[in-house]
Design a protein around this ligand. Sequence first.
Ligand code: AMP
Ligand code: MG
Length: 266
Amino acid sequence: MDLPHRLTSEVASITELPTEGKRFHDNRDAAEDEFRELRDELASWQRKLYAAGQHRVLILFQAMDAGGKDGTIRKVFRGVNPQGVRIHPFKQPSKVELAHDFLWRVHPVVPADGMISVFNRSHYEDVLVVRVDDLVPEAVWRRRYDQINQFEKLLVESGTTILKFYLHISPQEQRERFQDRIDDPEKHWKFSFEDLEKRKQWDSYMEAYTDALNRCNTSFAPWYVIPADQKWYRNLAVARVLVSHLRELNPAFPPAERDLSHVEIK
Ligand code: AMP
Ligand code: MG
């Protein structure tokens, strides 16, 4: 399968990378058909992964506000067995969390054998919002890129597959999605005035994202930069990456404990 969005070399700025999925796919209907097939395939791999209990898969999503993290998770993981998939949203740290190192809250929720953990935001917030808003001194966040790489290396060396997605939207697309949240009463709960403040810091966020993606794009835990202005393309691109990695892991249902051919239930 063709996976065009893996970050393969350093970029001067992620703003050079495309946000338009349309540039990669010209047929929305065909994309949606392929997506539904891949979503079913993902669900079927996940059942085997859970049954086999041998692999651990960590999938994380980062994006600007309204970038589509929630929607991607809702669409892509529809159909999986919820018992084997844990979704972890990372919000502003609590007092207790802030009284520890920044990875303290992350480590307990990484996937166990047979499990998929999905991070909606992640430890990358600690070099994104924390950097942009000066929440800790620069010397502290600067050390974190290496600390993140070491942490991710530990997980990979312990049998975890890590897939990191940055859902890349344009500021114009964000404007439209914010407006939609204002216009639709059922989406009011998603609108936050704080998001408008973050929108004003767009350029600083793009710089912070550029550094995070460049510095933490390791061979063992690569970043995928997904053009996310069109939701239908975004869903397809994410599903393609996930399914291609699951095919490689190739989990299988374990054999029976003993030969079952002569077992008769009376
Ligand atoms: P949402 O994803 O819309 O529910 O918002 C969660 C909020 O938590 C966002 O504004 C994030 O920037 C914020 N957040 C997540 N992790 C951190 C962190 N480590 N430090 C500060 N803010 C964070
Ligand atoms: Mg929000």
